[in-house]
Write a protein that binds this ligand. Structure first.
Ligand SMILES: Nc1nc2c(c(=O)[nH]1)N[C@H]1C(S)=C(S)[C@@H](COP(=O)(O)O)O[C@H]1N2
Ligand SMILES: [Mo]
Length: 504
């Protein structure tokens, strides 16, 4: 069993080490994991995002580890006498790794090297340890006090232990080299990127954080994160290029310096994810600095008949954003380079991402952006291929943050507070009701813009006992949130958030 587990473990470790040279995502473990993410049936993926959030990746990688461990044990068990069955199993895994790496859109020709090295090491270690374990002891002399019994066994244990130590070191060095490569250093070297047109300061009274709402601006470390990348893509600003092509009069190719050499504007924008259940956490707000996409599109010259811009990230994710939204003179969709006064954090798309007010992130907010293709809706982006809507304006929604679900608060005057959002339309009113009673209008925070969330707050009289609180928002178009609960698929959840709490 140890032979199987050690051979697979050392194969992955060496693959991880070689991947430090050929790109972190070419590590066989991650290449297989990324392929698994892309092949996972849509309902399972939606479930994972909903249930595990950013931990979905850890869950996947841990699941793969369990499967590999089991296969290692199996490879050993079927090879008690002859090495061949185990070699076939380990070799089969090698083929899976090589195939996954070869199929990854984000890996170049060298991307299969780590998987090839891993397969070779896996087979070699298996054959070597198997021979050691099954070979008869070299000298058949009877054990005496000077020569302890079973030298073959001891020799095997020492060799296996050494293999484990060397493999562990290879994996650790590979991890360290990958993590400190490029992007973080490049980001630090950029320093502050100052906009020509800064966003107005957030006014006092823009949030009710003292009553339990989020702060108006979400600090970068708290900003929600949703993506399909197992290992965050590492791109140095100096290597970054954006190609703008398709149904345009002039193809463009922009470097990072080209982009930041343009007039940079700063906009406060609330971003949210379509996978949010009613009451869910995937919504945050930041000051983004960037170039309006509309200006870049105007320079390229969008041809008649174009319907969407298909954006691609370096790791092969795609999003399709309607042209009418991107060219709307009153809506500042950005090629963003900075977030809350810092270059984009690596996990939020360094060096350049899209941000589009009013649309869910999956159709509008490509991180690690590398390509914009002006095209028609015939081309389907990543999540559209998996059954989600092609056009995905953010639905008007609201959430209760206080009292916390199943929380206990002192009876009497109870402060309830939360958030509401109707990006690019604006929140007009939030109403709250307790125990199915009459709707009461909540106080709204100072509006920053229609592209951002708004906080609400209300004081209620709550006698001792259990209470159910519900909220609903009405937007500037006059639409009041429907109470009908629908799941996030295919274009965003609907329904009123409700919270049960107890007063005592
Ligand atoms: N490259 C890439 N960009 C991506 C995604 C992704 O999986 N890969 N996910 C999108 C989705 S679904 C959302 S909601 C937003 C989330 O952005 P954030 O992680 O910065 O909050 O990024 C979008 N951009
Ligand atoms: Mo999303």
């Amino acid at each position: 069993m140890w032979i199987g587990v050690l051979s697979i473990g050392s194969a992955l470790a060496v693959g991880h080490l070689v991947a430090a040279a050929t790109g972190p995502n070419s590590s066989p473990y991650l290449a297989v994991g990324n392929t698994a993410v892309d092949l996972t049936p849509e309902p399972v993926k939606a479930f994972a995002i909903r249930e595990f959030g950013a931990a979905d990746k850890t869950v996947l990688l841990a699941g793969m580890a369990v499967v590999l461990l089991a296969l290692g044990v199996l490879a050993g068990l079927v090879s008690r006498r002859r090495a061949l069955p185990g070699l076939l199993l380990v070799g089969g895994l090698g083929v899976v790794g090589i195939a996954a790496a070869a199929a990854r859109p984000d890996l170049g020709a060298l991307g299969v090297l780590p998987a090839v090295a891993a397969a070779a090491v896996g087979l070699g270690v298996f054959a070597w340890l198997h021979r050691l374990a099954t070979a008869p002891p070299a000298e058949a002399a009877p054990p005496t006090e000077a020569t302890p019994p079973a030298p073959g066994r001891r020799r095997f244990l020492v060799t296996a232990g050494s293999v484990a130590v060397v493999a562990g070191a290879a994996a650790a060095i590979g991890q360290r080299l990958s993590a400190t490569r490029g992007a973080e250093r490049s980001r630090a070297a950029l320093g502050r990127i100052a906009p020509a047109e800064p966003a107005p300061p957030v006014p006092a009274g823009a949030d009710f954080a003292a009553s339990g709402t989020p702060t108006f601006i979400t600090p970068n470390r708290d900003f929600y994160r949703v993506d399909t990348a197992l290992m965050v893509p590492q791109i140095e600003a100096g290597d970054w290029r954006l190609r703008v092509h398709g149904m345009v009069d002039r193809e463009l190719e922009l470097s990072f310096a080209d982009l930041t050499g343009r007039r940079l504007v700063e906009r406060t924008i609330t971003l949210c994810c379509v996978s949010n259940d009613v009451g869910g956490p995937y919504i945050s707000t930041a000051d983004f600095v960037g170039v309006p996409i509309r200006e870049v599109l105007a320079e390229a010259g969008v041809r008649p008949g174009a319907q969407q811009v298909l954006s691609t990230s370096v790791d092969g994710f795609t999003a399709g954003t309607p042209i009418d939204v991107l060219t709307d003179p009153k809506r500042d969709a950005l090629l963003a380079v900075a977030m809350n006064g810092e270059p984009l954090p690596v996990e939020h798309g360094f060096p350049v991402r899209m941000v589009t007010p009013g649309l869910y992130g999956y159709v509008s907010a490509t991180k690690w952006l590398t390509d914009l293709e002006v095209t028609t809706f015939d081309r389907q982006a990543y999540w559209v291929q998996r059954g989600w809507a092609q056009r995905a304006p953010v639905k008007t929604q609201s959430r209760i943050d206080r009292p916390a679900a199943f929380g206990k608060v002192p009876a009497g005057r109870v402060v309830a507070a939360g958030i509401a959002w109707a990006q690019h339309t604006g929140v007009d009113r939030v109403e709250v009701r307790m125990d199915g009673g009459p709707w009461q209008v909540a106080q709204l925070s100072t509006e920053v813009s229609t592209d951002t969330w708004r906080m609400w707050r209300i004081e209620l009289d709550a006698p001792p006992g259990g209470h159910t609180l519900e909220c609903r928002a009405t937007d500037r178009s006059g639409y009041t949130q429907t109470g009908q609960r629908t799941p996030p698929e295919p274009d965003g959840a609907t329904g009123w958030h409700s919270v049960f709490f107890t007063t005592q």
